[in-house]
Design a protein around this ligand. Structure first.
Ligand SMILES: O=C(O)CCC(=O)C(=O)O
Length: 260
């Protein structure tokens, strides 16, 4: 299986780039990944994850402009596309941090509203509503388990995903550089303890004064790092064998020894 993680740059001045222009640029990057099985984008790449003050004005309905552009990009490229997350405004006016997964024919196959909101008593934690549903997505060769950024710190979500059949954990993020050591450590921990692949796609650049970690990472079910990006915008492409999840779980059956 070939996956491309597109580590998009987000910048305080938008790098001179409007959201519409970034959407077009990212759609073109997705199209360039034709031949991959799965393409992954980061969290809140239209706005930047720390643009709290603009979530309200820049939020979109689920089937808004980002949905339309990404559905088309997935079908143009003929790839499964985890389109990262958008600030979603639901029909009741509530905001969610919502990830979208499209099939190679451009159908929305799944959406996931981030369950653990970041910011403690401010930022996303007060502006966004929390998702409630644990979401897996069946691809031809693996089952995806969806999580977003801060969710990475909550192993109980990943246990639920594994109980639901997940084998490849996909985590779009806008992780800050100042806690990059946690990002790498937690990605590897989630892979080892769940005997699953982890595909964690972050943003590059600096947004709302918060330097982004970049360093998107792909970890195998044994906890080995298969590929890791640098700090800047880049496409991280990796080939991996989904069958290794079953092999690892058979050869070292720690998941079967759970008692809680
Ligand atoms: O947990 C962290 O250190 C970062 C989380 C975060 O930035 C987010 O969820 O947007």
């Amino acid at each position: 299986m070939r996956a491309s993680l597109i580590q998009i740059g987000v910048y305080d001045d938008e790098g001179g780039e409007s959201i519409d222009a970034r959407r077009e640029r990212v759609a073109a990057l997705v199209r360039e990944q034709a031949g991959a099985d799965l393409v992954v984008l980061p969290e809140l790449w239209t706005t930047g994850a720390f643009a709290y003050e603009s979530f309200g004005t820049q939020a979109e309905p689920l089937q808004g402009p980002t949905y339309d552009a990404m559905a088309k990009a997935a079908s143009d490229a003929g790839v499964w596309l985890h389109a990262g997350s958008i600030p979603e405004r639901d029909p009741d006016g509530l905001l969610y941090n919502t990830s979208l997964v499209f099939s190679p024919s451009g159908e929305l196959t799944a959406s996931y509203r981030k369950i653990h909101r970041f910011g403690f008593d401010k930022g996303e934690a007060v502006l966004m509503s929390a998702g409630t549903d644990v979401v897996t997505v069946r691809l031809p060769s693996t089952m995806l388990g969806l999580a977003t950024c801060y969710d990475l710190r909550f192993p109980e979500l990943f246990r639920r995903l594994v109980d639901d059949g997940a084998e490849t954990l996909v985590i779009p993020a806008g992780w800050p550089e100042r806690r990059r050591s946690h990002w790498t450590l937690l990605a590897r921990a989630r892979a080892v303890e769940n005997q699953s692949y982890v595909l964690a796609c972050g943003t590059a650049g600096t947004h709302a004064g918060v330097p982004q970690a970049g360093h998107s990472i792909v970890v195998d079910p044994w906890g080995e790092v298969l590929a890791e990006a640098g700090p800047d915008e880049e496409v991280l492409t990796v080939e991996f064998d989904p069958g290794k999840v079953g092999v690892t779980r058979d050869q070292f059956p720690a998941l079967k020894d759970r008692v809680l």
